[in-house]
Design a protein around this ligand. Structure first.
Ligand SMILES: C=Cc1c(C(=O)O)[nH]c(=O)[nH]c1=O
Length: 310
């Protein structure tokens, strides 16, 4: 049973790789992903210059998942561009996530990355919920269109977008109408569910310092929302736009569900943070077991084939 797939024109030996964010900020972390069973390497979202991010504690793990308000700590886009030649030694695609602090920064970064050797694709993050004072572009459809118009004047490298979760059906239509007007290679659904709150009842306190404890939610609870977003954009966009599933994946069955909804590949975030890069081999083995049991030889045998109840 093959887990091979193609994203942004790049062959992935496995349909699983890391979500941008956890364990992908330094070269050592990226090396660990490269040396694992992950089918690709994706960097932490990059800004124009290196950032320290928000004050700690800024990440907290719960039994069901995680809350984070990292604040975009990263080494700056040049670091991730320099890493590209090293990434190539792992014989798997290398994607760079971009999350500039403004449209000009996004354009400047993407112009610098575009066409660069060993940068397989760019994931433009429209959904960072944790930069104080910055609204998520992905929730402003007109601004999303403006940014994509600016970006596609300059980019030749395959480019996809990382979307926030949507919850209202007209919003799916409105974002799909924007995305249809651009040659995007993939759509990654979803980023964390923004601005949740987790409480320590012993201390009667929040658990992270930034933003009075408000942070992006990941893990088990967000899977139903992630599946719905994967399914909706799969049905709304052309089939040549790959949908990358992200949200609540910690087992082979979770991956199976995302692919049934239409995902061509999936990203692991909270579970990667919890388990380390060994999660890719474990989850891939579980998925192979499930596919074997159901008689599916490859991903395309069941991708998008979720049934409704007639
Ligand atoms: C890029 C910033 C993000 C961050 C962050 O760095 O705070 N956390 C998320 O859950 N999603 C993001 O997109």
């Amino acid at each position: 049973t093959s887990l091979a797939t193609v994203v942004a024109g790049c062959p992935l030996s496995s349909c699983l790789y890391n979500a941008s964010g956890p364990l992908c900020t330094t070269a050592a972390e990226l090396d660990a992903v490269g040396s694992s069973e992950a089918g690709a390497i994706l960097s932490k979202s990059a800004t124009l210059e290196k950032r320290q991010g928000n004050p700690s504690p800024r990440y907290f793990e719960t039994t069901w998942g995680s809350i984070n308000s990292m604040g975009l700590p990263n080494e700056g886009y040049r670091y991730y561009l320099d890493y590209a030649k090293r990434a190539a030694t792992f014989n798997k695609p290398y994607f760079i996530s971009v999350s500039g602090l403004g449209f000009e920064d996004n354009v400047a970064i993407i112009r610098a990355l575009s066409g660069q050797e060993h940068v397989s694709a760019i994931e433009l993050n429209l959904s960072c919920p944790n930069v104080p004072g910055k609204p998520q572009t992905g929730y402003d459809f007109e601004q999303s269109r403006v940014l994509l118009e600016m970006i596609f004047e300059h980019v030749t490298t395959p480019l996809g977008v990382k979307l926030p979760p949507y919850f209202d059906l007209p919003h799916f239509e409105m974002m799909a109408a924007v995305l249809r007007d651009f040659p995007i290679a993939f759509v990654t659904c979803i980023n964390s569910i923004g601005n949740g709150l987790v409480i320590d009842t012993d201390q009667e306190s929040v658990v992270i310092k930034p933003k009075s404890g408000f942070g992006g939610i990941g893990g088990d609870f967000i899977k139903p929302t992630a599946l719905a977003n994967v399914r909706k954009f799969y049905t709304l966009l052309d089939k040549d736009v790959a949908i990358i599933g992200c949200g609540g994946i910690k087992s082979g069955m979770d991956v199976f569900e995302h692919i049934l909804c239409g995902a061509s590949a999936v990203q692991v975030g909270t579970q990667l943070m919890r388990e380390g890069v060994g999660c890719f081999a474990r989850i891939a083995a579980e998925l192979r077991e499930i596919m074997g049991g159901k008689g599916y030889r490859d991903i395309d045998s069941f991708k998008g084939k979720l049934k409704t109840l007639e």
